[in-house]
Design a protein around this ligand. Sequence first.
Ligand code: GLC
Length: 811
Amino acid sequence: MEKSVVSDLQQLESYYQQEKMFETKYGFFGQGGREYIIKTPLTPVPWVNILTNPDYGCVISQTGCGYSWWKNSVMCRLTRWVQDLVTEEWGKFIYLRDNTTRDYWSLFYKPCQTKFDKFEVRYGLGYVVYHTEYKGIESIITMFVPPDAPIEVWKVKLRNLSGEEKDLSVFTYLEWCLGNSEDIHREFQRTFIETSFDENLNAIFATKRKIPVPGFISTGLKEYPGDGFHSVNVPPAGYEGDKRNFFGLYNTAMNPQAVVEGRLKNKVGKWNDSIASLQVNISLQPDEVKEIVFLLGYDQGREETARLIKYYSDLNNVKEALQKTINFWEEFISPLRIETPDPVFNILTNYWLRYQAIAGRIWARTAYYQYSGGYGFRDQLQDSLAFLPLKPELTRNQILLHARHQFTDGAVYHWWHPLTEMGAKTNMTDDLLWMPYLTLFYLDETGDYSILDEKVPYVDASDQEETLYQHCIRAIDLVLSRFSPRGLPLIGEGDWNDGMSAVGLNWKGESIWLGHFLYGILTRFVEICRYKKDEAKADNYLQKAEDLKKAINEHGWDGEWYIRATRDDGKPIGSKNCEEGKIFLNAQTWAVINDTADDTRKSQAMESVEKILLKDYGPILFYPAYKKPDPMIGYLSRYAPGVRENGGVYTHAACWAIQAECILKKADMAYEIYSRICPIKRGMNPDLYWVEPYVTPGNSDGPDSENYGRGGWTWYTGSGAWLFHVSINWILGIRAEKDGLRIDPCIPGDWKGFKVKRTFRGAVYEIEVENPDKVSWGLKELYLDGNKIDSNLIPVKSDGKLHEVKVVMGR
Ligand code: GLC
């Protein structure tokens, strides 16, 4: 394992000497790219990190704002937060008061907007370190969520640099939510919350009172009422559970009365607007250092919580837990490592894209923009692509979890919420197909056909268990039953593009993209049917696939590209005859990806993409954007032109363009697209791009926006997983297939080669690709453990051993 990161004072010094990569006025990558260091709190928008394990998590920004949750970031949010990225006012705060001068400030930029003498925030995989200096006090706050407990740890280390003795008080502050994040009717919600103080544990406990029956609540607010605690490792000088006591009358978090006056009133109970604040007094001699450990967590029962509080009271245990957290992430990502001549590609692929997909989208399912807490049927299946080369058993779990949210008629929840199990059954027409789609990927990765026999109940018939195979068949068959007289799938309330929400409400409008998507699934699923000895199904799917391909090419070709869809009134969307939305990206890329087009149409469609859709910051979703809301299209036409799905660059779709170019062996074009959407490269112009350079946004504004080029919703679902997936599978071309590992690079011609270490079906492959002739694709020679093989497919070994693969590119 590589050198791990330990956040100790002395070691911090050595980090400063490390090479700064991709530095801008806001920050840079350090530690070879596994950390991003922010140099100022004044980034153009909040730049966040997500700390999470599968059960507990928090999101925090460089200003110190953010929130925490247990299991469901919306239905069981622990602390209150308001999504206001402009004022950025809600968080869990730490104040410091100099009791001699009565000066006070926040140890994060918020809420006091402290004008620090020194400021740095380090984001790593699983931790955040805030390092500041102000009025002679150095503060290093290390925060992390350990892999095995429902808590977050805040280790606060203070050093007196002032040369004088200091009499200080530390105050923490957070506001309990303990249920649905949207508790805007606070005067109602707060009456259910009760706090208490446990002197033995130095902890405030908070509960949102529950009853076992759900019943009707007049606000209609669904939630999972939760229990939280906030503790400190030393006996506090005071505690507070009442917001009114903390703030005083009409003050704000910038000047709360308790901090101004330097004391808490020790009030807890049932009649408050409940918060938690703990006060710790410390005196520091010149140069003296002291550390305090605060915890915030979910209370799963007093005994277990007491155990956690006691364990984390010991600083040595805290250090060990931090190291364990760092190791957890290192190990998690270790089955796949790459090294290419492009450091940008390495940083994103080795660290941040997978972290975004796993921590951000599968476990947290939240961030500063898209917060849902629920599982999107298509979203988290796509995100679970990221698990495949790392821990495919987690993709397996994800597939089976989604299968449990399917109805007996084959339809699925568009999204549902763990803990409350509330869900929405919609007429979205693609959601259900992502289950067989991911199953196919899982089978290629693992060869574990037993997943097909896993029995899973239906959401509307808990006693009716069927195999995953049958679940997939029900999904595919439902889509096949919703066809137009012309033999094309109906779009219903939308397909992948949620915003095309009105195109086919009367079940007449058709989707060409869905046709491409379905065709690929049908042709690949035939093999699964044959494996299951379901010959009739296999023959049927094969026939349906052929008919579909014919219909797509007969009715879907517009002359130079494929149309995207037809509306209920029969008019096309994405045709040269349209005034707006003349050409759509997904309708072209998926014709290549899933092989619905012949070679001529494939190249023609992609040439149209390059000519019309490819802009400075990547290929936009369609062109031109809709300028006014169109009731025959849906809500995407309500977005401002150029924003999100209304003609912006959408990362998933841009990734599919990269894949399509790789399939056509247009390597330079593929990498050009990669570079145009790459957040690190975009981030080098931060005042245009605005958002975090270490994770992907869902979208960035297209040319019809006055903010052309501005990054949109970061930490977005699908975007990290897809960029990770196409980087490995299509640019480096290392793909799991049924019979082995395919080596099919499609790289920039000036790369001298690259290395990949990848675990595949229980064996480890160290792949070294050389490119002496500076070609972009094509293999001349391939050696497996020194033996030449005449194919670019490495056969399955499954022997738990390390294998050397040497590849020489050339033609
Ligand atoms: C949405 C969804 C995703 C969808 C995409 C395009 O916001 O999260 O499911 O496919 O963006 O509309």
